[in-house]
Design a protein around this ligand. Structure first.
Ligand code: ZN
Ligand code: FE
Ligand code: FE
Ligand code: ZN
Length: 272
């Protein structure tokens, strides 16, 4: 696949997180070969809210790896002037842990920070090992609760882009209610918070088999004026830029004509 548009892949992991594979240089080479002018590494931050002996090494990098991660991104940037490489991180939003997160994020020169809700309390809700815990919930109530956390994250000011906005659908659990009102409320508050969202192609390979976010939610975001960007959520080099033609169709179907890019946490625009 060669991508001829001026696109970005802003959601890329590395082996440091414990559940991705390949050398970071291989991700860069893949992006160059795919014709991407810009990419961003956004690996999982360490599980900063847990004591270090309770951090699952298969979910995120360790605290000790964090400096090395940043250094390697900056080194790859110097070694590969043929592609723009952004320094980013995918950080979890955890209620009552904001000062800890802020202190960590303030240490490095991020181009952007992806904000994610992967945890509801102590439940890793996107982790296949704990999928049975969906049964403990009324799914309509779970959707409300999940998006409430996403909005608190968006309004926290720590994040530039909210990752996989409707991750709650990952395993195919569907709200029985019409989500039009919920989506409109979410979009309005995201716009007011000044955050962007991403079209994330990894959902196509999850049980739900859909892009994140759903076209109705993406359309609500576009109408509310929420900027959008683009990510594969690659956990292997060959996944960089995966299904971007579908992502572009999705963005255009929602009415987007441009995507947002970041440098030093400042936005600029690229036409699609
Ligand atoms: Zn991951
Ligand atoms: Fe994630
Ligand atoms: Fe990710
Ligand atoms: Zn992700």
């Amino acid at each position: 696949m060669t991508i001829s548009l001026d696109l970005v892949d802003y959601h890329i992991h590395t082996a440091r997180c414990g559940h991705a594979r390949g050398e970071m240089a291989a991700y860069v080479e893949r992006a160059i070969r795919a014709g991407l002018p810009e990419m961003g590494f956004s690996d999982h931050i360490f599980l900063y809210w847990l004591p270090s002996d309770q951090r699952d090494p298969e979910l995120a990098m360790s605290e000790e790896q964090f400096d090395g991660y940043v250094e390697e991104v900056l080194r790859l940037r110097r070694e590969h002037p043929e592609i723009t490489i952004r320094l980013a991180v995918e950080a979890d939003f955890i209620v009552d842990q904001e000062q800890t997160l802020k202190a960590i994020l303030d240490r490095y020169p991020w181009d952007y920070v992806l904000g994610s809700v992967h945890f509801i309390g102590d439940w890793g809700m996107d982790d296949g090992r704990y999928v049975s815990r969906y049964d403990e919930w009324d799914i309509d109530a779970l959707y409300e609760h999940y998006f409430d956390l996403v909005l608190r994250a968006a309004e926290s000011g720590h994040f530039d882009t909210m990752a996989h906005l409707d991750l709650v659908k990952k395993f195919g659990h569907r709200s029985r209610k019409d989500l039009v009102d919920l989506y409109a409320r979410v979009a309005k508050r995201l716009a007011a918070a000044g955050v962007a969202i991403e079209v994330n192609t990894a959902g196509l390979y999850k049980p739900v088999g859909e892009l994140y976010p759903h076209l109705d939610l993406l359309t609500a975001c576009r109408k509310a004026g929420v900027p959008a960007t683009l990510g594969s959520d690659a956990h292997a080099p060959e996944e960089v830029g995966r299904d971007f033609p579908l992502a572009i169709e999705h963005l255009r179907a929602a009415g987007y004509e441009r995507i947002v890019a970041y440098e030093g946490r400042r936005q600029s625009w690229k036409s699609i």
